[in-house]
Ligand binder design. Structure first.
Ligand code: PLP
Length: 395
């Protein structure tokens, strides 16, 4: 049958994460949910803030259904975009108007739309390993080419020598993700400043703009008191891709936004390209009910203390058992070394102990697995003997 080959390929094979998640469901049915330690998915385990629930109820009871469930402006309701702009203006050194905000169905849509807005066929987009696996799909969907920059493995910040070497005349965009999935690493001010300096210098050298796309679904999930440097304060040609999936624990509701920096060269044009990309991809009128919710709840964040506690128990215990762990300062992931094994082989061995951990090869890094610790504390604590038994196979 003559259908799109790439789409067929993408739809026919599951991601490693989904594969493991499906295995976990089957295994739980066989031996009981409490016997399987499933760290496969980044699905928030913490409840949305109480005010989210209350606002939803009040919207359902008080707003005229045709307004509540009807189409909004393609780029989103003005009231919602104003609330988002007000939130961002607390982080930003200058004013962002609602006219530079585009509401989306989560960070996945924010990224797909932003990439489609800035990339032309054959343009290169640099991603920093380890990176969210779907970046490849989104970049290639925008006819771009993925270029991977390898990290400084001593701290998983950017390796600037490697980045500089990877920038060519075809480089059009760079994606950063801090706090990071899958490492949990948070980029320091120094990293962001150096990155911005290099991109400015290289843009001048190659004679065109390099866009910096900052993927920030974990912006508020930081555990060491560190403030995330707001990218627009450092680099003008930037777009922020955000979602409320993790900050409000609403991943299934598909709500987020793109913010185009008003300091971008030709900022109105970039914003119009975002609107056009949203239109061509069918990502217009983000879910109306949840836009109205965000208009009331844009400043809220879930209580992250449970994630913080899980992180401490897991990190300290695994380290003392001899695992090589990357210290996670944010998000809810822990990157763990595989004692010199291929990550897929290690993940298979872990399964024998009922531990479901994701091999990170598809995240662009070899020899590591990802543990998503957005699970109950009980699961973390009960899994420790299994991690101990697994480590004993290697030590
Ligand atoms: N970017 C990163 C780094 C993620 O981890 C995720 C989801 O886990 C996304 C984007 C997609 O987020 P959303 O579910 O809001 O589309």
């Amino acid at each position: 049958m003559d259908i799109n080959e790439r789409s067929l390929e993408l739809g026919s094979k599951r991601s490693v994460i989904r594969e493991l998640f499906e295995y976990g469901k089957k295994r739980k049915a066989e031996i009981g949910a409490d016997k399987v330690y499933d760290f496969s998915l980044g699905n928030p385990s913490v409840k949305p803030p109480k005010m989210v629930e209350e606002t939803l109820k009040s919207l359902l009871l008080s707003v005229d259904p045709s307004a509540l469930h009807g189409y909004t402006s393609a780029q989103g309701d003005l009231a919602t975009r104003t609330a988002v702009a007000n939130t961002l203006n607390k982080l930003c050194d200058f004013e962002i108007s609602p006219d530079f905000i585009y509401m989306t169905c989560g960070a996945a849509a924010s990224l797909t739309v932003s990439l489609k807005a800035v990339l032309n066929r054959g343009d290169e987009c640099i991603v920093f390993a380890p990176f969210f696996t779907e970046y490849r799909v989104f970049i290639e969907n925008a006819d771009g080419k993925v270029v991977i920059s390898t990290p400084d493995e001593s701290n998983f910040q950017i390796d600037f020598a490697d980045l500089s070497a990877k920038i060519t005349v075809k480089t059009k965009a760079v994606i950063i993700n801090s706090p990071n999935n899958p490492s949990g690493v948070v980029y320091t001010y120094d990293t962001i400043k150096k990155l911005s300096d290099i991109l400015r210098k290289k843009s001048d050298e190659i004679g065109h703009t390099i866009f910096l796309i900052s993927d920030e679904p974990y912006r508020e999930l930081v555990y060491n008191g560190q403030k995330i440097p707001f990218i627009m304060n450092y680099y003008d040609n930037s777009l922020v891709c955000y979602s409320y999936s993790k900050s409000l624990s609403l991943p299934g509701e598909r709500i987020g936004y793109i913010a185009v920096s008003p300091r971008c060269a030709d900022a109105e044009k970039v914003y119009n390209a975002v609107c056009g990309a949203g239109r061509s991809l069918g990502f217009v009128c983000a879910p109306s009910l949840f836009q109205k919710l965000i208009a009331e709840c844009a400043d809220l964040t879930v209580d992250i203390s449970a994630y913080k506690e899980n992180r401490e128990i897991l990190y300290e215990n695994l380290k003392s058992m001899g695992y090589k762990c990357v210290k996670p300062d944010g998000a809810f992931y822990l990157l763990v070394g595989c004692f010199g094994l291929e990550a897929s082989e290690f993940s298979e061995k872990a399964k024998k102990h009922e531990l479901l951990v994701v091999p990170c090869d598809d995240f662009g890094i070899k020899g590591y697995v990802r543990i998503a610790y957005c699970v109950s504390k009980e699961t973390i604590v009960n899994s420790l003997p299994a991690f101990k038994a697994l480590s004993k196979e290697f030590l």
